[in-house]
Design a protein around this ligand. Structure first.
Ligand code: KIV
Length: 290
């Protein structure tokens, strides 16, 4: 196991002030989190993108709080020292401040998260404030916000025109003022991201929004070629695990069909004397039953 101290909010803020880039990954279960822990990634997001990558939905809207809690628990077990962020799923915070605080509290109490994340601009400032006031660190999410993908007109860059860019810059300030400990920007133009980073006093994290941020986020499945439907432009593929897995599975099918698997090293024997006794007993029983 990697031997590092628990990542804390002061440690993340120190990275920001020292100009050391913060690393962040979205992952979803114990095994992925184990490897993320070994690599000493700072922040891990259990994203509601698990609805697509792990559960096969078309989008994130069907994901429930119980789905998120179960996956967050596994990730926490795999990565005990990261700064763990639970992604609040659709309708777990939109209805009211009170519902938002209750569900944020579940991530902390039931899954051992350090923080939560929610999507949305100024209209979500009161949710951010309520959660932060309850003592729960909360991250904002601006730009492309997948829970509103229909309203945004699809998975596309946000803030290419000056009016929308201005709104995003203002939203960033409002979320910071409301008490967000950090804000994630998904798919906004690099120079808009730069303006926001220069003005912010909290860590700004970029997903497909360029280099001018305090940290970067990628999604595990995109990094390792594990999601079959599409590869977003912003994702860099660091290894094609999907191809390795597919080749292995094809070989397995061929070996079972061709009776090359299993080999003696893949099964377990019984000592000769025990086997002889077993046969004797079975023969005896059969005689008795007959
Ligand atoms: O669910 C997720 O993984 C996310 C990222 C796309 C930021 O919210």
């Amino acid at each position: 196991m990697a031997d590092r101290k628990k990542v804390t909010l002061p440690a993340l803020l120190k990275k920001m002030t020292d100009g050391v880039p913060i690393t962040m990954i979205t992952c979803y279960d114990y095994s992925m989190a184990h490897w993320v822990e070994q690599a000493e990634v700072d922040m891990v997001l259990v994203g509601d993108s698990l609805g697509m990558t792990m559960l096969g939905y078309e989008g994130t809207l069907p994901v429930t709080m119980d789905d998120m809690i179960r996956h967050s628990q596994g990730v926490r077990r795999g990565s005990p020292t990261c700064w763990l962020i639970g992604d609040m799923p659709y309708m777990s915070y939109q209805p009211s401040d009170e519902i938002a605080v209750r569900n944020a509290g579940r991530f902390m109490a039931e899954a051992g998260c350090d923080a939560v994340k929610l999507e949305g601009g100024r209209q979500m400032a009161s949710r951010i404030k309520a959660i932060a006031d309850a003592g729960i660190p909360v991250m904002g999410h601006l730009g492309l916000t997948p829970q509103s993908v229909s309203a945004l007109g699809g998975f596309r860059v946000q803030g290419k025109g000056w009016e929308q860019a201005l709104r995003i810059v203002e939203d960033a300030r409002l979320l910071e003022e409301a008490g967000a400990f950090s804000i994630l920007f998904e798919m906004i133009p690099d120079r808009v991201q730069q303006i926001i980073t220069e003005r912010a006093r909290i860590p700004i994290i970029s997903l497909g929004s360029g280099p001018h941020a305090h940290g970067q986020l990628l999604i595990f499945h995109d990094m390792f070629g594990l999601y079959p439907r599409f590869k977003p432009k912003m994702a860099k593929v660091y290894g094609n695990a999907g191809e390795v897995i597919l080749n292995g599975l094809k070989q397995y099918v061929a070996e079972v069909t061709g009776r090359q698997f299993p080999q003696p090293e893949n099964w377990f024997g019984i000592p000769d004397d025990q086997f002889a006794e077993l046969k004797k007993m079975l023969n005896g029983r059969m005689t008795k039953d007959e």
